[in-house]
Design a protein around this ligand. Sequence first.
Ligand SMILES: [Zn+2]
Ligand SMILES: [Zn+2]
Length: 260
Amino acid sequence: METQRYIIGKRDEKGFYPVKVCAIAAGTIHRRHGSWYATMPGHPVERAADRDQAAALLVARVDQGDRPTIPAPAPVTPATRIHGLRATRSYSHLMPSLRLSLANLVRSAEATARLAQLGWTPLEGYPGADQPWLMECRLCGWKGRRFWSHLRGRNGDNTPRPITRHPGCIPVADHAAALITLAAERARECGCERKHPTWISEALDALAAIQTALDGKAFMSAAIYSRSIVEPCPASTRRAEVLRAALTRRTNALKNLKNQ
Ligand SMILES: [Zn+2]
Ligand SMILES: [Zn+2]
């Protein structure tokens, strides 16, 4: 029988287990949304079916000569916050501070999804592209206001501007690895207790409910229905995609109705 070549250490308060491979601190493994992930700092996060498979991925990296390239405190991971504290808090602080309309809600979902990719968590509702937006840096915990128009990058170029996120952040050279670690939290499926739309049919339902409420001037109901769009969700990228597709479909359906 082959001897086990890794030692899984004690889980830290953020959910990461340090893994040693032949006395080398190879990285960490952690569980998120039903999957296991292996992180060797400075290398892409890898997904595995269980903890032993995740640890084995680190063994394989060590065997092929890979070593952690940045000192390895457990990576910043406020995922528990997304599913714990934030989710239990009111979502109303995340309602866009723009006129409540389907178009603005979809823009807000898109901006929030992109912010997650860039390692930012919004602390207030989407204010529009050219207004300061209060957010938290996921790489270091800094809180402050940033302009969405500066962060999102230009058309077809996903490089956020400015490249220095804010004064006092972790070194620019470490941003890419930190963002790769954060990417492991994101998912294509919403595993949340309260379901968020990740299929076009669900997005169509959500938008229809909101528009019906708005048409009836039931603004409180509209805000409640908007919850599924503005709440944090690990599948925020897919949610934004299906909402955009659903909104386009609604717009086209309305056009066809008018032309009949
Ligand atoms: Zn920062
Ligand atoms: Zn969700």
